[in-house]
Design a binder for this molecule. Structure first.
Ligand code: SF4
Length: 233
């Protein structure tokens, strides 16, 4: 192998997604968590949304009104991953549209990030009844959809809001207060755990060291990192 070939191994832009095998039947995907979802199954978010709205891979499929797939730009450099849809999201099919979502938009706006800069989704696409935390089995059943979203968006930065999002994607079980604001690497991608906006609504203080104050430090770090990545071209 020449040194050029070796360097090419590190060129992530040239990683080719393997085509699903010939006996793969995508129509079976929504019926059982045992049916795999190989990388490259979906070519658009709309295509995936059709499956999510039919999906019974976990029990959450039985009680949802709408599967909640995403909002924002598919070309966004930043992906924000929440835990799961709440009541407003279940009713509208759009993630982060309730009070927590409005606060998230304000936080993004404070560092000049718009819908063009972010793609917003959740670990599980259907609402856990009573807004409980999704179970490990539910997160596992839904995970292939999230992996397809990450593949299609190919974000430079992934923000994980709250401990369940961190656990759901990376498997890291540490508490959010311990790891928020830290850059983590997962699957060659830069991730940062941050507080869930709903937590900030329950803790309105802006005093130094408060959750809101810490979120402000974190989002400025994210903005600076994005500027740094963009400057590198
Ligand atoms: S939460 Fe995910 S895996 Fe479970 S039914 Fe909904 S789309 Fe399917």
């Amino acid at each position: 192998m020449t040194s050029k070939d070796q360097i090419d191994l590190f060129n992530l832009a040239e990683v080719v997604t393997p085509a699903p095998s010939a006996d793969f039947n995508p129509d079976l995907i929504p019926t059982s968590a045992k049916v795999p979802i190989p990388p490259g199954t979906y070519s658009s978010m709309d295509e995936m949304k059709v499956h999510c709205n039919q999906c019974q891979r976990c029990d959450l499929g039985a009680t949802r009104t709408h599967a909640v797939v995403s909002r924002g730009s598919i070309d966004a450099p930043i992906m924000i991953v929440g835990e799961g849809p709440g009541q407003n999201e279940d009713e509208t099919g759009i993630p982060f549209v309730g009070k927590a979502g409005q606060l998230l938009d304000k936080i993004l706006d404070a560092v000049q990030l718009t819908e063009a800069d972010v793609f917003i989704c959740n670990i599980v696409k259907c609402r856990p009844p009573g807004n409980r935390t999704p179970t490990t089995d539910e997160m596992e059943a839904c995970r292939p959809y999230l992996l397809e979203q990450i593949r299609m968006v190919d974000p430079k930065i992934i923000l994980l809001t709250g401990a369940s999002s961190v656990k759901g994607l990376t498997g890291d079980k540490r508490g959010i207060t311990k790891i928020r604001g830290e850059w983590l690497e997962w699957d060659n991608r830069l991730c940062m755990p941050i507080f869930h906006p709903a937590y900030l609504l329950r803790n309105p203080s802006k005093e130094k060291g408060s959750p809101k104050w810490l979120m402000w430090q974190d989002i400025q770090k994210v903005r600076a990192k994005l500027d740094e990545i963009r400057a590198q071209g």
